[in-house]
Design a protein. Structure first.
Length: 320
């Protein structure tokens, strides 16, 4: 996959001029172009969406079906400890994610799955295209942070696969218990969240505040329609919502100028000048009640250990 940026678009680069010869010369390798083009951010096909569509557009129709489902859109595979994944496996349904495959042939087996579970908004158009092109049904499984919404997503998956809805009350109770214990342990330490860490920053903040955490600030430049209720709830409770300005000069790595705010996301940590960081991007593997438990444990771990944000950013190859 060759990524072309906005410079290539402005230069008028014609990818077909080099894709043809490349695919002809290296027949064992499929070369494609994905446009990672920031100037298309406000279009109907922004960069993240275009990449997902290009990537899954490589799947070829396969009439031989497997008793499996795919997670698409998420950069990190959902933990095997997730209660829904355990339930699927108990019913003989395998769970696939693109990160599991080392070969193109292995990746092609995703076309044999019964259903796509969409774990990020950017992959919804790709899921629609796969349904139209390959006949693969899909379900919206974007990580959410309320019990009702989690159960709604789980019902959607069960209905799509013809399974009886399981009772996840034990897993929900355990997750909220861990969340409450961590909130008590943090004793009111401030928490900041940024929009790069999660697709639902307002819902995540509401979950944490209801459990007793002190969420002080959310860095985001927009509020999705499905987040409006949580946004209004937070606004009525005085949570500061800030449009991030990542071009602030004078940000320092000096320990004397650091704060003790626990930050969910790199951008929040950068803007708060805090070494207490939950390293999370696009919700990671936080799905379901297991996702809530994982979030609580990561908050606990981040509160106890200082990290070098500068080093974390370098190691993550992030541009902030």
């Amino acid at each position: 996959m060759i990524f072309m940026t906005c410079i290539d678009s402005l230069l008028g680069t014609d990818p077909e001029a080099f894709l043809g010869p490349l695919n002809e010369k290296y027949r064992e390798t499929r070369c494609i172009v994905a446009r990672m083009n920031p100037i298309m951010a406000d279009s109907l096909q922004p960069p993240g969406t275009a990449v997902q569509s290009t990537m899954y557009g490589l799947l070829r129709k396969n009439l031989q079906k497997e008793n499996s489902v795919n997670f698409i859109g998420n950069n990190v595979a959902i933990s095997d400890e997730n209660e829904m994944i355990r339930y699927l496996k108990q019913n003989g349904i395998a769970v696939k994610h693109i990160s599991q495959f080392d070969t193109f042939e292995g990746f092609q087996t995703m076309a044999q799955s019964r259903m796509n579970l969409v774990a990020a908004p950017v992959a919804l158009p790709a899921a629609g295209e796969l349904k139209e092109r390959l006949g693969m049904e899909f379900a919206d499984c974007i990580p959410c942070y309320s019990k009702a919404e989690i159960l709604q997503e789980y019902r959607r998956v069960c209905e799509g696969l013809g399974l009886e809805m399981a009772d996840f009350s034990k897993e929900a109770e355990e997750a909220y218990q861990v969340l409450s214990e961590v909130a008590t342990a943090l004793k009111g330490r401030k928490i900041a969240i940024d929009y790069e860490a999660t697709y639902r920053p307002f819902s995540m903040a509401k979950l944490l505040m209801e459990a007793g955490f002190a969420v002080s600030r959310i860095y985001t430049d927009a509020c999705a329609s499905y987040e409006e209720e949580a946004f209004e709830w937070l606004k009525s409770r005085g949570v500061d919502v800030v449009v991030p300005n990542l071009y602030v000069k004078g940000r320092s790595w000096d320990e004397k100028e650091q704060t003790d705010v626990i930050c969910i996301g790199f951008e929040a940590a950068y803007l708060e000048q805090s070494p207490y960081v939950v390293t999370l991007a696009a919700d990671g593997e936080l799905w379901g009640f297991e996702g809530i438990r994982l979030l609580a444990e990561r908050l606990r771990a981040a509160s106890e250990k200082k990290s070098s944000l500068e080093k974390l950013i370098d190691e993550s190859v992030l541009i902030i």
